[in-house]
Structure formats: structure tokens, C-alpha cells
Write a new protein. Structure first.
Ligand SMILES: N[C@@H](CCC(=O)N[C@@H](CS)C(=O)NCC(=O)O)C(=O)O
Length: 203
């Protein structure tokens, strides 16, 4: 049976969200975000770095959120949530799918660490400020890209939207996603209205 290891408001939202979009039968294992659960001897056997998400599928373990999304799309043979291989749409899809984790998440991670997660004496204000500045730059880039479009690759929702949607959830929680980027805000609201997003976030 498919098992997804999840902690609220973390990248494991992506893993639960894709399971829900695909209508999969899976077990959600709830973990508290913090060393007690994530650095426990049992959990380190599944994820040696003590991070979420993780997914197990019988004997297989997959740890990266993007890899979990792609694995489940391929396992189910889903063609609705990703453009066909070899098409220009696929190229744009891959671009935004990977932008979501590789480019958008690092500045948001800096804000998370230096404005919220670390104990106050370990926070560096300049790192949080630089993260906010970079994240806003990316929200503006998305705003231009989304002009006249409902979804990042065009008319239909794909897994690239799901990958971006998690970053935008954090941007919203951090107060960075505002009317200053109206297309990005409307896009996030469109994603957040999906039943699968609500299931994944409890929002
Ligand atoms: N690139 C990884 C990043 C995983 C990651 O950093 N997860 C965070 C939560 S969003 C985490 O578990 N942090 C706990 C820690 O680093 O101790 C992915 O996409 O799954």
C-alpha cells in the first residue's frame, strides 16, 4: 500500500495533493514538524535526512516531492495532468515543474528559516530580507507569465501548477502574495479552490 509521510504546511502538501488529484488509495502518516518525529530512528530509515515528504510503495522509497509527483503520474499512466512527451507544451511544463522547487523554493526557505523556524538568536534578518526580495521578484515573473492564462502551461491544470501551488501557499502564509501581483494571486486562489488542495492543506 502507498504511504505518504506528511507534516502540515510542508512540501508533503504536494504529495498528498497529487494522491488526491489522482484519486489514489493511500495511507497518510502524520508527523509533527520537528526533530522528535523527523529525526527519530524509525523515520531516518525512510528518509536519512529527516525531511518530508517521503513516500513508500511496497518496498520502494521515494523522498523528493517532485519525484513523488512524477512517480505517481507515471505509475497511474495519467495523461490529463501532464502534456505529452515531445511536445512544446511538455517543455514549458518541465520548466515550471522544476522552477517550482529549484528556483522558487530557496528564497522562500530562507524566509521560513530566518523569519519563523529558527530560534530568534539564530535568525539573520538580512537573509530573511534577501529571501523576501528574491521571492517577490519571482512572484512578479509569474505574474507576467500568467497574463491572460488560467494555468501556467495554458488552459488546463497540470502537475506544474501543483508544484508551484505549494510555493505560493508559503508566499501567501508569509504575506508576500498580495494585490501587487494580481495574476499570481488569482492563480493561487484558483489552485486553492481545488478539492484536492483543500484535502492536502485542510484549508
Ligand atoms: N527538495 C526536497 C526538500 C525537502 C525539505 O526540505 N523538506 C522540509 C519541509 S518543507 C523539511 O522536511 N525540513 C526539515 C529539516 O530540514 O529538518 C523536496 O522537494 O522534497
Amino acid at each position: 500500500m502507498l504511504k505518504v509521510y506528511h507534516a502540515p504546511n510542508t512540501r508533503s502538501v504536494r504529495a498528498i495533493w497529487i494522491c488526491e488529484e489522482l484519486g489514489l488509495d493511500y495511507e497518510k502518516v502524520d508527523l509533527e514538524f520537528g526533530p522528535a518525529a523527523l529525526q527519530s530512528e524509525d523515520y531516518l530509515k525512510i528518509n536519512p535526512l529527516g525531511k518530508v515528504p517521503s513516500m513508500t510503495d511496497d518496498g520502494l522509497i521515494v523522498n523528493e516531492s517532485g519525484a513523488i509527483v512524477q512517480y505517481l503520474l507515471e505509475k497511474t499512466g495519467n495523461t490529463d495532468l501532464q502534456p505529452a512527451i515531445g511536445t512544446p507544451e511538455r517543455g514549458r511544463y518541465l520548466h515550471w515543474f522544476h522552477f517550482a522547487e529549484a528556483t522558487l523554493m530557496p528564497p522562500l526557505g530562507a524566509v521560513a528559516q530566518h523569519a519563523f523556524i529558527r530560534p530568534e538568536e539564530q535568525r539573520i534578518t538580512a537573509v530573511a530580507e534577501e529571501g523576501k526580495e528574491q521571492a517577490i521578484k519571482m512572484l512578479k515573473l509569474l505574474d507576467k507569465e500568467l497574463e491572460g492564462k488560467d494555468y501556467i502551461t495554458g488552459k488546463s491544470f497540470t502537475a506544474a501548477d501543483l508544484m508551484l501551488g505549494y510555493g505560493l501557499l508559503l508566499a501567501k502564509l508569509f504575506g508576500l502574495l498580495t494585490d501587487a501581483t494580481p495574476n499570481t494571486l488569482a492563480y493561487f486562489n484558483r489552485l486553492a479552490a481545488r478539492p484536492a488542495f483543500k484535502k492536502a492543506t485542510g484549508k
